[in-house]
Structures are given as C-alpha cells and as structure tokens.
Design a protein around this ligand. Structure first.
Ligand code: GUA
Length: 542
C-alpha cells in the first residue's frame, strides 16, 4: 500500500490539511522580510564630508559654507566623498571659478554628515559604510546569503535525519535569537556575524515549510498548495514595505521583522510532524496518532490501520539505496541536466535579488517600489501555472528569464527622466523574474528522478544561494562604469535563460523514477498536471 492510498482513507485535502497549510503559509511570510531587508537596513541617505570649525564661518549660510568646502559634480550637486583642503572663499563671488592652486581635493577627513529626513539611522550611517567603506555595506547582504547557503546544506540533512517539525522549530528559535542579537549589534563585525547566522537559521524555515505541508496533501492538490504557499512569499514582500515605511531606525527595524518569527513558534507548535517521514523512519506509533487526528478532523470514518500495519506502507525511500550529490553528475544525461539546471537556478536567483535590491531610480519611492514589486508577483505566479501547461516548462523557463534580462537591459537605455516608462519596465521585469523563480521549482522537480530529486533540488538551491550572495556585490561595479551592474544582471539572465533551451521538456512526460529512466529517451505520457507523485512541488528545495 502506498502512502497516497492512505491519504485517500483519511482525506487528502480536508480541514486538517487546510489548517496545516494556512499555518505554514503564515510562517513563510517571515522569509522575504529578512531576505529582502537589505534595501532598507543598509540604505545610504545623501551625505557629504563633515566640515571642521564651522563656527568660524559665522557670517555664512550653510549653503555658502558647503560651497567653499565641498567640490561639486558637473550637475551642480555636492560630492559625497570629497572636500577642499582649504576653504575656497573666492567661489562665493563666482561659483564657476576653479579651486585655488594650492588647494587640493581630498577624501573626507572628519567623517560624514547625513540627511536624516528619510531614515533616522541605517547601518550605513551607524558605521559610515560609505565611500571607501561602501563595499562593507553591500557585503552585509552577501554574508546573509552565505548563511542561507550554509543553512540549506545543514537543514537539508537535519530535516531528513531528525524530522521536519523539530528542525522547523529549531530554525525559528535560532532565527529569533540571532535576529534579536543582530538588532543589538554594537559593531559592524557583530552585525555581520549575527546576520550570517540569521540567514543560516531562516534557511531551515525556507526549506522545511513546503515539504512539511506538501507531505500531508494528496497529489491532485499539490500544485495548488505550492502556488498558495508561494503567494505568501509575495505577501511577505508587501508586508516588508509597510514595516520599513513605519520603522525608520535600523535596530527597531530588525526587531520588527524578527518579531513575527516568535509568533510563528507559537502557532506552529500545533502542526504535526510529517506522517510520511515518520513512517519512512519507522516511527509508526507517532504516525498513527497524527493519521487518526487527521481522519477525525476530516470527518472520515475512524482510521482502520493499526500502528504495526503502517510498517507495510511504502514511501518514496527505497531500502538499501543511497545517493549523493555526486550521483547527479555520474551519467551523461543527468550530468547535462545538473549543469544546465544549475546555471538556470543561478541566473534566476542572481537576477531576482539583483532586481529586488534596486528599489530606486524608477520615479517611485522605495517603499512603493517594494510594495509593487511584491504585488506583481501574484499575477506572475498565476500566469506561470497556466503557461507551463500550454507552452511547456522549457519555453516558460527560458523566456521568463531572458525577458527578465531584457527588461533590466531596457532600463539602461531608457533615459532617467522617463520615470513612468522605467517604472513599468522595472515592474514587468520583476514579475518575469518571479515567473522564472516559480517555474524553476516545478521544472527542476520534474527533471530529476524520484531517487535523486531531493539531492537535485539541494544542489540547485545551493547554486541559487550563491547567485543571491553575489547579486549585492555586483552593485559595486558602478564604480567601474555606471551601467555595469545592470549590464551584468542583464547578461547573466539572458545567458542563463538561453541555457534552459538545452534542458529536456517535461510536459506530458512520465515522471522519471530511477536514473535509468533519465538515461533512456523520454516517454510521452498523459498530461502531468501536478507535482511528481510522492514528491511535492517546491517542497524539494534542499
Ligand atoms: O527562496 C527564495 O529565495 C525566493 C522564493 C521566491 C518564491 O517563493 O516565489
């Protein structure tokens, strides 16, 4: 008897499953509030060099003091990172004159003065992460995603070894601890370390919420559950815009986005362990207790099977077989799938986070940009679930990523004053990048055989996290050439999207079980409208 047959007996999508899904979806809201926090946590307001002995210029206005102390850009704005070595009083007479010969333009010698009209404080103003220190500012996002990458490996193993529920609670407890410690950071080093550890902890939440929900749901409701859970990521996106709008001080901003993790610990306490995991690991008494509870809540007749009878239930694990990440590259077709899907996942995450962290320059304030970037994801996900069954996974994946890159590239060419057009293009690009992210979960889970699917998703997720970690650092390339970051995001997205054309189509293809199914030619079968049997959609991100 398969676990799916058992679900039919106790109800595969009744009140029990709906309640589990709703509670787990709420928990997923925590993720984007940390994953996309960098734009607000590390925002750099306009600033200029601090001017010493200002009291000596008693008869001058602030504007005049700046004029004689700070050099200006060609557009007339004051430079952020330089000052005159001597006051240039002659500029008071004619501001277009050149500095006196013996005066030099030097880096800021006495710190910076910031515009606090938008932010009370950010980590950038707290530790002067500007000018030569600007790289450290972007690095805080990279440290976070390095933590997410490490956490993906750690929690991927722990959730299979010790169970989904216990590791989910552990992930949330550590998220609260390290989130609050990062809010209490007294130095840049402490913030870097605690943000890395917060990323590690939240990686468990990112990996476990989906499988824990999907493994209780029957096959025909798995795709719907995947969409629903994924939509809560977008709701978290919008909630972050609201919280960041209300909280303009970085310590309290970290407290505000970490607090919901504490709430999640309370309401997730009720969620049962995955019965599929319990049975696969011989814990039949606990599985029987949860299955009985499920049957009763779903109004099904009392659950007939005894705990011992559950030992005969077959799950996805095949006894005696063991696979590792190396298995993904041992045979020719699998090797090609792993190399190409790795490139696609890198491009998807690299462009998604590159776009998500660029909230200015389109004419919208950054809070509205964040909110709109979140809301556009919902129609994008719904359109994707139609497209992947009409034009296929491969075309959907390739074109969503290529068009994301072209939108990024278009905004390099569209002049800055065309703010409305730039906004429309940026928002379209963000929707396409979300479409690419949504497609890649489904497509990859179908590309790998059941025996290797967890490893395949773990490998591709690892590569994706590397993309997310590199994305913030690419912004620093604007010191080489102003448009180089956008050119990089555009080029990577188009190239990685083109690689998707090399992958086999999985629409209407029987889902592969073993490696031999991959190495022989693909067999056309009735339409596959849901995630692989026994393997939930998006639940495999390991
Ligand atoms: O896991 C991530 O880094 C993004 C997930 C986006 C989504 O679920 O749509």
């Amino acid at each position: 008897m398969k676990f799916e047959d058992l679900l039919l007996e106790i109800g595969g999508f009744g009140r029990f499953q709906i309640l589990i899904l709703f509670v787990l979806c709420l928990a997923r809201i925590n993720l984007p509030m940390h994953f996309l926090l960098h734009s607000f946590l590390a925002a750099t307001p306009s600033h200029h060099c601090a001017i010493p002995h200002q009291e000596a210029f008693v008869n001058l206005t602030m504007e005049e003091i700046l004029l004689i102390s700070i050099p200006r850009e060609p557009d007339g704005t004051f430079r952020s990172c330089e000052m005159f070595s001597q006051p240039q009083f002659h500029l008071l007479l004619n501001s277009s004159l050149q500095p006196e010969n013996d005066s030099i333009i030097q880096n800021c010698q006495h710190g910076w003065v910031y515009d606090h009209s938008q932010f009370t404080s950010t980590i950038s103003t707290q530790w002067d992460l500007v000018c030569e220190q600007r790289g450290l500012n972007q690095a805080t996002a990279t440290f976070f995603f390095i933590g997410v990458t490490i956490g993906a490996v750690v929690f991927g193993y722990l959730s299979d070894r010790f169970g989904r529920k216990s590791m989910l609670m552990l992930s949330l407890v550590f998220s609260v601890i390290f989130g609050m410690l990062s809010a209490a950071s007294v130095s840049y080093s402490m913030l870097a370390i605690t943000r890395t550890l917060t990323g590690m902890a939240l990686s468990g939440l990112s990996l476990i919420v989906l499988p824990l929900g999907m493994e209780w749901v029957d096959i025909e409701h798995r795709t719907f559950s995947g969409v629903l859970t994924s939509i809560f990521w977008s709701i978290g996106n919008m909630l972050l815009a609201l919280i960041a709008y209300m909280v303009r001080e970085w310590h309290w901003l970290l407290v505000a986005v970490t607090g919901p993790c504490l709430l999640s610990i309370i309401y997730l306490w009720w969620v049962p362990e995955s019965a599929r995991w319990l049975i696969a690991n011989g814990k039949v008494k606990q599985a029987h207790k949860h299955l009985l509870r499920c049957a009763r809540m779903n109004g099904m007749k009392d659950f007939a099977l005894s705990p011992e009878a559950l030992r005969t239930i077959t799950t996805d694990k095949k006894p005696g077989e063991s696979y590792s990440y190396i298995s993904l590259f041992r045979t020719p077709v699998l090797r090609k799938i792993s190399l190409c899907s790795g490139a696609v996942w890198f491009g998807v995450a690299f462009s998604y986070y590159g776009m998500s962290m660029k909230l200015t320059g389109f004419g919208l304030n950054m809070y509205l940009s964040q909110f709109v970037f979140g809301i556009i994801e919902i129609p994008a996900k719904i359109i994707v679930y139609v497209l992947v069954n009409r034009i296929g996974r491969r075309q959907s994946q390739a074109w969503s990523l290529i068009l994301t890159g072209l939108c990024i590239g278009a905004n390099i060419i569209i002049p800055k004053p065309f703010t409305s057009l730039r906004s429309v293009v940026a928002i379209t690009g963000k929707g396409l990048s979300e479409a690419a992210f949504t497609t890649v979960f489904l497509y990859t889970s179908e590309l790998y055989p059941t025996v290797l699917r967890q490893n395949g998703m773990g490998y591709t997720s690892f590569v994706a996290r590397l993309g997310g970690a590199l994305a913030p650092l690419v912004f620093l390339l604007d010191e080489v050439w102003r448009s180089l970051p956008e050119v990089t995001y555009c080029g990577v997205a188009v190239c990685c999207g083109s690689v998707a054309f090399l992958l086999p189509e999985t629409l209407n293809v029987r889902l592969p079980e073993g490696i031999e199914d991959i190495e022989k030619t693909q067999v056309k079968e009735p339409l596959q409208t849901s995630a692989p049997e026994g393997m939930p959609l998006q639940s495999l991100l390991k």
